[in-house]
Design a protein around this ligand. Structure first.
Ligand code: IMP
Ligand code: MG
Length: 171
């Protein structure tokens, strides 16, 4: 396996600031509840969080797709925070990557049932060529070609999350 560099730490940092700038504008005068999707979004969320200037709380969602292959499967299990912590909040879901769209779609459906006051999505990466279900991304970092990416929180079988850049995993 080798990793071919795709997005440098500098490029990612600049994009995180851009996204935070838009978020700060759109939520001016409001409070946000950031919901990070574990585990992939942890690094992105930690960096984004420190650029957000409006009052913000954080919590986490666990989404587990079955199997360990590089092809995400359709069955996704979602674990949400306690429901009284979501009602009436301005929820911003933080995701690492949208591939088929199944995970995010399930997350949004589960969250909508908790009656948040608003529900938006901020995602670092998107592979639109692999989409199976349409799902709206309100704040998107980068479009990615149809290749498996690792680093900056994204893993392959639990590894490579600690890389400061994002690269393509190639055989
Ligand atoms: P989905 O197909 O949109 O449901 O994506 C499911 C999950 O698969 C994402 O949240 C990621 O955790 C993971 N995933 C999809 N593509 C990649 C990739 O290229 N690298 C690492 N993880 C990925
Ligand atoms: Mg994920």
């Amino acid at each position: 396996m080798k990793i071919v560099r795709f997005l440098s730490a500098r490029k990612i940092k600049r994009k995180v600031k851009e996204l935070a700038f838009r978020i700060n504008q759109n939520y001016r005068g409001k409070e946000i509840l950031l919901l990070g999707v574990l585990q992939g979004a942890c690094i992105f969320m930690a960096d984004l969080l420190r650029e957000i200037k409006v009052p913000v709380q954080i919590d986490f969602i666990r989404a587990r797709s079955y199997g360990e292959s590089t092809k995400p499967l359709q069955e996704v299990e979602i674990f949400l925070p306690p429901k009284d912590s979501l009602k009436g909040k301005n929820i911003l879901v933080i995701e690492d990557i949208i591939d088929s769209g199944f995970t995010l779609k399930k997350i949004k459906e589960a969250l909508r049932r908790q009656n948040p006051s608003s529900l938006r999505v901020c995602c670092l990466l998107s592979k639109p060529s692999r989409r199976k279900v349409e799902v709206k991304i309100d704040y998107l970092g980068f479009i990615v070609p149809d290749k498996f990416v690792v680093g900056y929180g994204l893993d392959y079988r639990g590894k490579y999350r600690n890389l400061p850049y994002i690269g393509f995993l190639e055989r």
